[in-house]
Write a protein that binds this ligand. Sequence first.
Ligand code: BMA
Length: 333
Amino acid sequence: MAKIIGRPALPNMPWQDKPQGFDKPVWRYDGNPIIKRDAIPTSNSIFNSAVVVYKDGYAGVFRCDNRGVEMDIFAGFSKDGINWEINHDPIVFEGEKDVTRKEYRYDPRVCFIEDRYYITWCNGYHGPTIGIGYTYDFKTFYQLENAFLPYNRNGVLFPRKIGGKFAMVSRPSDTGHTPFGDIFYSESPDMTYWGKHRFVFGTADGWQSKKVGPGPTPIETDEGWLMIYHGVLNSCNGFVYRFGVALLDIDRPWIVKERGNFYVFGPEEQYELTGDVPNVTFPCATLTDPETGRIAIYYGAADTVTGLAFTTVDELLSYMRKYPMNVGDQENK
Ligand code: BMA
């Protein structure tokens, strides 16, 4: 069995065993959705949100679109990772005025690196780009420079420096609903200046034929970086968002070692099939326990609510290997 490394044991993380007779690699929490659309007074929808271990419980950054359908990010806290208290006011960042000016903020990720929690999100700055901030306590937040020129979405940090540099995967995009999308790797000595942009992987046949983008913080294992990513199909009835897995080289993560040909999870339940945007399952965070290999995945459902699903490192890797993609075939079909 592949081992999760670099993470503390998390024996009390949210978990349910795989239901008897269930033959897919990822299964849902039976109390889904864990966060309803109106969990705070002003919200139209709460989805595509990120959680991390914090003190003796959990903290998170949540995408709450308000009833003006304006997108912003909010801090929240939980004892058990399932029941959440989300602040009623959005995060206010300290920093230079030219940087903290706000157009919109959405699809946050949170990643603990060294001594603090970094937050990345899709930040409106004359079009979407990757905003970066950090906090030590989920009360005071500091904003750094945007990572890239517009347009970009889905900036996802690696949980440690690689070759002495901070590392990020992201998905260059356009100003609209982007009918393309490949994953690129970038690195930075200081979280301000990003470069060495390397192509990681692009679209492939079927469920991931329209675009692909990074999901949760990649999980370090002794076999490589386990990356959960979203793939989009353009159906006759609009985009369909599912997710799959790939394994990236540990020291040179732009090199794809293995990649699954089948998705591991997609819209099947009512709250994933219908909502403000139907047929969307969009993963933004995981909790992991290295002792058991357990993984809890937090995902947005139909751009309306937040769901929780479970799997293990073994389930994901063995499914990927049972239905593999020829990685030589994967570049921008
Ligand atoms: C993407 C982003 C996501 C959203 C998805 C489906 O472009 O806006 O936040 O979940 O579309 O609508």
